[in-house]
Ligand binder design. Structure first.
Ligand code: GTP
Ligand code: MG
Length: 194
């Protein structure tokens, strides 16, 4: 494992990302439905127990959560879309911030889209995928909680997702530490690390 990722630290959470975090260097964002395992994936990828959780406010986080890998590189947790618990007004603010972020953020170099391997490609996932394509954001899918399926069915789902959308895609399990090396390889590429 590249020890660089172990040293990742919480930076800040904000909706006003353009004001609070300069648009320089490299960012990689984690997106996906609520509860797919984004925070767990960030913890597994950085080999830390509670890095992502440390930033969670009680109730629903509706901010972009920034983690600093090094001076130039950040991971960004974009907490759950399909967040039914948020009020209409809060949802609208959050949707707008997310849209701004994807449309305008120059340092956004790659997007991990997380989908629960037992429920891949929901309507909102497909929208997100279309959106990334339209905005030419490089996308890589993590099929999370792969430990919940046997290897055969997991592999079948992987092939199905790859074939149906031509997406770059892998199995991932935070609990079993499955797929960490591949995720690091994607990060290295997006972060332009040799
Ligand atoms: N079995 C299994 N459970 C997992 C895995 N990853 C996450 N979970 C569980 O799934 C639940 C949600 O995980 P989180 O990492 O909080 O999910 P999230 O996407 O960050 O959720 P929000 O922040 O609410 O959008 C927790 O109970 C985790 O323990 C995994 O790889 N395997
Ligand atoms: Mg989370």
């Amino acid at each position: 494992m590249n020890p660089l990722y172990h040293r990742t630290q919480f930076l800040l959470s904000t909706l006003e990302f353009a004001r609070d975090v300069p648009d320089t260097g490299f960012e990689v964002a984690f997106v996906g439905r609520s509860n797919v395992g984004k925070s767990s994936a960030i913890n597994a990828i950085t080999n830390q127990k509670a890095l992502a959780r440390a930033s969670k406010t009680p109730g629903r986080t509706q901010q972009l959560v920034f983690f600093q890998v090094d001076a130039q590189r950040r991971l960004v947790d974009l907490p759950g879309y399909g967040f039914a618990k948020a009020s209409g007004q809060a949802q609208e603010r959050w949707r707008k911030a997310l849209e701004d972020y994807f449309q305008h953020r120059k340092c956004l170099k790659g997007v991990f889209l997380l989908m629960d391997i037992r429920h891949p490609l929901t309507a909102i996932d497909r929208l997100m995928i279309e959106w990334c394509h339209r905005l030419q954001r490089p996308l890589h899918v993590l099929l999370t909680k792969a430990d919940k399926l046997n290897y055969g069915p997991a592999k079948n789902t992987l092939l199905k997702v790859q074939q149906s959308l031509g997406l770059s895609c892998q199995l991932f399990s935070a609990t079993q530490k499955l797929g960490i090396d591949s995720a690091h390889a994607m990060l290295d590429r997006w972060f332009e690390i040799e």
